[in-house]
Design a protein around this ligand. Structure first.
Ligand SMILES: [Zn+2]
Ligand SMILES: [Zn+2]
Length: 358
C-alpha cells in the first residue's frame, strides 16, 4: 500500500509527521493531490491553546489548493488534472440551514481540519485527501496554485466586505489588519469602496494595508480610533465598520466609529464577554451583523482573482516544505514576527529547500 506524509496535531506545540495510507475516492468523492496549504489563525490558535474545536489527534488545515488525481463513481463535475480549492464544510444538504443557503452552519456538518460539527475531520496538511466532489471549487488553469490556496480566507474577507447593504463608494473602517483584515481590504477595494480606514497596532501591517488599498491608516497605539475616523469623515463616522480582530475593545470602538444607521460587521472572533449599553446601538439605529465564514462567496472570490481584480501575492510572506511544517508554526508564534500568510508546500522537500520567501 502506498503511503503519504501527514502532519498530525497532538495538542499545543505538538505536530508530528506520519506516514498514512493514500486514500481512494468512493461514490461522489474525488481525491486531490494537495499542492499548498496555508496556516490559518485558527490552526495557530490550536497550536497555542487546547480547545474543543481541535480534538487531537487531528490533521489541521483547510486553506488549500491542489490537483484532482482520482475520481470516484458518479462524479462528472470535475476531471483528472483539474485545479481546485476547497469550501471547508461537508454538510448534510437536507436540514433547514442547508436548504436555505446557510450550509456553513449546518448542524450535521463536518468541518475540514477541526472538530466543530458532528465529529472531527482531518484537514489538509497532508499530501492527499479524499473529499465529496461538491466541496471542491474549480480554479482556472491561469491561476497559480499558491494564490489558489488563499481562496478560503479571501472568501471570509470577501463575504465580510459585502455583508449587509454594502454600496460602492462607501467609507469603511477595518479594525485589525491581520490576514482576514487584509483580505477584507482587498475585497473592499475590488468591490468599489470609496474610502478605506484601517487600524492596528503594527506599523508593518498598516503599511501593507496601505499597499493593498487602504486610504487612512490609524495606529491605535498613537491615536484614538474613533477620533481619527471622525476626522477622516468630517465628523460623520464611517458608513460601516468591520471588526477583524479578537480584541474586545474593538466592539465598542466600532459602534462609535460608525455613523448612525450604519453597519457594524463582526468577523473577528471576540471570545470574551463585553459590556455595552444597548442604547448606543438602538438609539442610533446601528445594524450589528455577524459574518460567519461564507457560502458561495468563494466562487465570487475566485472570479475576482481570476479577473485580476485582487492580487494575493503581497499576502504571501513565507513558504515551508511539509517536512518543516512545524517550523512554520513556530515562526508564527514569535511575537511581532513579520509574517502574513505562511504556506506549506506539500511537495516542497523535492525542491531540496526547507523554507523560501518570495
Ligand atoms: Zn482559515
Ligand atoms: Zn445541513
Amino acid at each position: 500500500m502506498k503511503k503519504m506524509k501527514a502532519m498530525v496535531y497532538y495538542g499545543p506545540g505538538r505536530l508530528e509527521l506520519e506516514d498514512w495510507e493514500i486514500p481512494h475516492p468512493k461514490q461522489g468523492e474525488v481525491r486531490v493531490k494537495i499542492s499548498y496549504c496555508a496556516v490559518c489563525g485558527s490552526d495557530l490558535g490550536a497550536y497555542k491553546n487546547a480547545s474543543d474545536r481541535f480534538r487531537p489527534p487531528i490533521v489541521l488545515g483547510h486553506e488549500f489548493s491542489g490537483v484532482v488525481d482520482e475520481i470516484g463513481e458518479g462524479v462528472d463535475s470535475l476531471h483528472i488534472g483539474q485545479h481546485v480549492c476547497g469550501n471547508p464544510p461537508i454538510y448534510c444538504g437536507t436540514c433547514w440551514y442547508c436548504t436555505h443557503g446557510h450550509y456553513n452552519i449546518c448542524p450535521n456538518r463536518l468541518s475540514l481540519g477541526n472538530s466543530v460539527g458532528v465529529d472531527k475531520c482531518n484537514g489538509t496538511f497532508r499530501e492527499y485527501i479524499v473529499l465529496p466532489a461538491y466541496t471542491l471549487v474549480p480554479l482556472p488553469d491561469s491561476m497559480d496554485l499558491l494564490s489558489g490556496s488563499l481562496m478560503e480566507p479571501l472568501a471570509v474577507g470577501y463575504h465580510a466586505a459585502k455583508n449587509g447593504a454594502f454600496q460602492p463608494g462607501e467609507t469603511v473602517t477595518v479594525i485589525g489588519t491581520g490576514p482576514i483584515g487584509l483580505m477584507t481590504v482587498l475585497s473592499l477595494k475590488a468591490q468599489g469602496a470609496g474610502h478605506i480606514i484601517c487600524s492596528d497596532l503594527s506599523e508593518a501591517r498598516l503599511r501593507l494595508a496601505g499597499r493593498l488599498g487602504a486610504d487612512t491608516l490609524v495606529n491605535i497605539g498613537e491615536q484614538d480610533l474613533v477620533e481619527a475616523v471622525k476626522k477622516a469623515t468630517n465628523g460623520l463616522g464611517s458608513d460601516r465598520t468591520i471588526i477583524c480582530t479578537d480584541a474586545p475593545s474593538s466592539f465598542y470602538q466600532a459602534i462609535h466609529a460608525t455613523r448612525s444607521c450604519g453597519d457594524v460587521i463582526l468577523v473577528g472572533m471576540i471570545q470574551s464577554k463585553i459590556e455595552f449599553c444597548p442604547m448606543d446601538i438602538f438609539g442610533r439605529d446601528i445594524n450589528i451583523i455577524s459574518s460567519y465564514t461564507f457560502t458561495d462567496e468563494i466562487y465570487e472570490a475566485v472570479n475576482m482573482v481570476a479577473a485580476g481584480k485582487i492580487d494575493l501575492e503581497p499576502m504571501i510572506t513565507s513558504i515551508y516544505s511539509l517536512e518543516h511544517g512545524k517550523d512554520a508554526f513556530d515562526a508564527l508564534m514569535v511575537p511581532g514576527n513579520p509574517e502574513v500568510k505562511v504556506i506549506i508546500d506539500m511537495w516542497g522537500e523535492q525542491k531540496g529547500e526547507e523554507k523560501w520567501v518570495r
